[in-house]
Design a protein around this ligand. Structure first.
Ligand code: TMO
Length: 316
């Protein structure tokens, strides 16, 4: 009997291993630990949380939803209490996102196709009624505040900002920087719903209103015009050391994840990295709640059922 040399024996084993690898997909199983998804306080983000949760569950993963502050969440992702953020808006959260990344523990999991704007603006009928001649150019604001006063605005025109948890003092600082603070004042809405209530009541009463809004949103479909401020440049904001005389960037919309997510849940992470929504798709998620009045979970169920051809390939 002739024995194989150890060299040729290992060659046989290697050949066997290679043929095995070529016929089977080698994939590590995802952990059963829940993927922790944050819930913030605007509609598309909440619907998308349940959309992605449903997608992960369809792959056999466990998910958990946690209410989270939309700025502090990046620190929570960094330390692993939260697994992902699926709507990182450049203007509002870019700084917190990169701060957490710089400390270590947050990864950039890709960019949606949708581009974003988060800015003060008016329903387009305010322009058609000529309540502030010259809009959308911001310099028109020097001459029209009388048409935007409210009982609590002390004779100044009112900007209705979103909740202060989104941007802190960005808008009061901008009014000051642009020399508009003697004519305009900022009030913070308690929640996003207060913005939509204000749009509806101002329309009914035919009075001027300036509110914070963003795109993609359900309002993309029904006539909202953003005010054009001096162009955003890196570092132009007061909090970044600039003079504050700038509007918001035409920005990106990213996804973020804890750095261990690709290791603990490789299949779910791969799917998450492929998630890519357009302006229309994100606007639809918001509209299911803010126009069609579904609750967020039902909106997500409907969205998943109506869009299988889009998201199912991401899970393969
Ligand atoms: C973060 N937001 C979309 C409400 O501007």
């Amino acid at each position: 009997m002739k024995y194989l040399s150890s060299k040729s024996l290992s060659a046989v084993i290697l050949a066997g291993a290679v043929s095995l690898m070529s016929t089977t997909t080698v994939r590590a199983a995802d952990s059963t630990a829940p993927i922790v998804i944050p819930i913030h306080n605007w509609s598309s983000q909440i619907v998308m949380a349940y959309v992605l949760g449903g997608m992960f569950e369809s792959m056999g993963s466990n998910v958990e939803y946690v209410p989270a502050d939309s700025q502090a969440v990046y620190e929570s992702i960094r330390n692993g209490d939260v697994t992902i953020s699926h709507e990182v808006w450049q203007s509002t959260f870019g700084k917190s996102f990169y701060n957490a990344m710089t400390k270590g523990g947050v990864i950039d999991a890709g960019t949606h196709s949708a581009t974003t704007l988060e800015e003060m603006g008016v329903p387009t009928w305010v322009i058609e009624k000529d309540l502030c001649p010259g809009l959308p150019n911001w310099e028109a604001l020097k001459d029209c505040h009388e048409n935007f006063t409210t009982p609590d605005s002390g004779g100044k025109g009112r900007w209705l900002e979103g909740p202060q948890s989104w941007h802190g003092n960005l808008m009061p600082e901008r009014l000051e920087a642009l020399g508009l603070a003697d004519k305009w004042t900022v009030k913070f809405a308690g929640g996003a719903d207060a913005l939509w209530t204000e749009l509806a009541s101002a329309k009914k009463e035919g009075r001027g209103t300036i509110v914070f809004n963003w795109t993609p949103n359900f309002t993309d479909a029904d006539g909202f015009t953003f005010i054009e401020f001096p162009e955003y440049t890196e570092g132009c904001r007061k909090e970044d050391g600039g003079d504050g005389k700038c509007g918001s960037p035409k920005g990106w919309l990213k996804k973020a994840a804890n750095y261990k997510f690709p290791k603990t849940h490789p299949a779910a992470y791969t799917a998450f990295s492929k998630v890519d929504f357009t302006t229309t798709q994100i606007g639809q998620m918001a509209a299911l709640v803010d126009i069609d009045k579904l609750d967020h979970k039902d909106a997500a169920k409907k969205w998943l059922a109506d869009n299988e051809a889009l998201w199912m390939p991401w899970t393969k």
